[in-house]
Ligand binder design. Sequence first.
Ligand code: NAD
Length: 486
Amino acid sequence: MAAATTFRDRLWIGGEFVDARSERRRPTVDPATGRVLAEVADGDEQDVDRAVAAARAAFADRRWAGRAPAARKKVLLRLADLIRANADELAVLDSLDAGKLIADTSAVDVPGTAAILQWYAETADKTYGEIAPTGSGDLALVSREPLGVVAAVVPWNYPLEMAMWKLAPALVTGNAVVLKPAEESPLSALRLAELADQAGLPPGVLNVVTGDGPVAGKALGLHPDVDAVTFTGSTPVGKLFLEYAGRSNMKQVWLECGGKSANVVLDCNADLDAVANGVCFGIFTNAGQVCSANSRLVVHRSVKDELLAEVVKRAAKIRPGDPLDPATVMGPLVSERQADRVREYIEIGRGEGLLRLGDDAVDGAPTTAYVGPAVFDDVPPTARIAREEIFGPVLAVIGVDSEEEAVAVANDSPFGLAASVWSDDLRQAHRVAGLLRAGTVSVNTVDALDVTTPFGGFGQSGFGRDLSLHAMEKFTALKTTWVKYG
Ligand code: NAD
């Protein structure tokens, strides 16, 4: 695999790389080795102003929104091709910057990013307006209009893919975008902007401001000329964006926030081998840094011990290692700071449940960002490790005695992003799925997801949906045009 040799390390504004006005830079670190990969421009309020102005100018003169939908489609499809053509580099960038497995970035994240863009691009000339059945004899046309300037603020767990979840529907509908990647993982977004330029996206339609969340992210949230913010990240920061909007121009805010998803295993004859694999996949993929991670196993006591033994057996074999080795199944967490946070939760968990697996030190690890799988049994539903999002490979197992209790425990959460239910009785599985308060419920699998299906949550997991045609509703407003005859 070709390693990326040149890192783009400046802001992308108005179709070119520029330094931050302050000329400040911040290091972006490879969590696997502790090496500083690049000193990246540290954008602040002045840079956000510049980027928003560039986006506004691009939107106002209709250099993108005014193009025929088929022409916009062509540019976006070209970008999807360029992502594929540069797949190795993009995969390496996200692996280095965020400690993600190269096996995942090259097989899942990058191809997924291109596929999502292609899917949205293809909708450009296949979506229609409406004629309202007013019965008045006059004509009422209902069209979808782009909002204008959209700010996309994204996290580090799937840097390129999360960005594309926002960019593709925002761009295909004619908006201009300012993207703010996470501090921890800015590199792939900057390369993506350059590829978009190469694909023919007009200058100013996509801008990337790297920088600190509480500075650059906040400036976007408060900016009077941003029409909408689409955010993926933690619930506390999601709440801040609501405040920013209220304190500024009442911009629309769409939030995909945290989760504490329940994996519900009922008293059934489900194939425990498959369930154990699903449980491990659900919590240990991406080292547990997945918003929809199935971090709670809510399991009927009739099958709990047998299932748990299988889960622990599998988890014990997972040794965190070098993310650039294609054989590695778990890499480091995104940063030593995040790993400390997860270790803190493991300490908290020791006082709340029974630690069946999980040790702090990973032998021979070059940094402290590596945390192995941890499994806690007998966790009360009220425990902090059962209620708070940990964002690491930590599983809380909660035993229940009935279907009703399983549903009550699963739903007793401030979050409502995803859930799974396992049963060999599809009638039972369907009944329970209907009762679970979650944006996505996977039956006899975990974390099912597709570009064609909406993704988002209930409660403090946020609102608005990414993916599917529904995501386009967030980036457009309905407009009615009346035409009077006679
Ligand atoms: P985070 O909330 O700390 O940061 C997300 C983004 O917000 C980053 O770009 C960051 O720079 C910015 N930000 C941080 N503080 C800010 C502030 N004060 N004002 C404005 N912007 C600010 O989240 P994270 O640690 O990068 O990512 C992990 C979180 O993201 C987890 O809670 C996870 O559940 C969530 N997540 C959710 C989804 C989903 O679709 N629901 C997907 C992935 C991750």
